[in-house]
Write a protein that binds this ligand. Sequence first.
Ligand SMILES: C[S@@+](CC[C@H](N)C(=O)[O-])C[C@H]1O[C@@H](n2cnc3c(N)ncnc32)[C@H](O)[C@@H]1O
Length: 291
Amino acid sequence: MAAGVSNTTASTDWGKADFEAIYNCPDPRRYFTTLQPLDYQIPHHGQAVFRAVTEALQRRRSDRPPLSVIDLCCSYGVNAALLNHRLSLTDLYSRYTGLATRTPATAQLAQEDRTFFATRRRPEAARVIGLDSAEAAVEYAESAGLLDRGFSENLELVDPSEEFRQSLAGIDLITVTGGVGYISERTYARLLDCMSSPPWVASFVLRTVPYEQISALLARAGLVTEKLTTRTFRQRRFADGDERRATFAALAARGLSTVGKEADGFYHAELYLSRPAADAAALPLAELLPG
Ligand SMILES: C[S@@+](CC[C@H](N)C(=O)[O-])C[C@H]1O[C@@H](n2cnc3c(N)ncnc32)[C@H](O)[C@@H]1O
């Protein structure tokens, strides 16, 4: 087993090591110290893409700032931190893994984080709602000031609460990194049911995980889904040989070659962006996300 993943247990049924133990801790330290040796980096790629997408939305809808975003599988508020603040994923790794000489209690860390993030807040920050089934992670993200509202509900299993439903009015963008596979079209269907018009949807999805059911659901809601074809995005290193073998087998079953992709030792994710057809025609994906 690779260094730093000794907290993991069995594999999930889609071949990935099981990181359940780090998803619902009182604060983000174990999450970051476990994932750093694996070069977990998909939120870094999300930062560039989600900023470009929110800027494009902002230009179109300058009448109603600030934008409203819901980040699915939001964990400790990682994407909200990177979208709305002047900092990088490297800064977050340094912050949460570099406390060796000092071990503040969770409440103290959350209080310090509130100041840390507030002083780095971008003027054009979006309103971010977070959804994650991990209650402690969502609670931390809220107490650190990263989420305007957080909901620890599992929409794979149940309908959203009334409070959650109401907070979904006026959402402009749905984002996700590292979450599709844990969540399916069931979660998206329950979210869309609460929205009067479908928002844009930006999803980073592992190449091993099918997105067709979700894009079909979004099509029925009136959204055209495009996949960025110019590149893929490293998610993290394989934790061990089992993950690598399972991934290669899953990709072979999907008729996908690993050359120039997973052969480098990393999971690769693709970016899907779903928008109303007129929006997609007005701003082609290659222009929205050059390079
Ligand atoms: C790989 S982590 C990704 C976290 C974060 N988006 C990131 O990229 O750092 C997957 C997350 O999905 C959450 N999750 C798993 N099943 C879920 C469900 N049914 N509904 C909402 N969140 C779920 C986990 O609690 C965990 O926080």
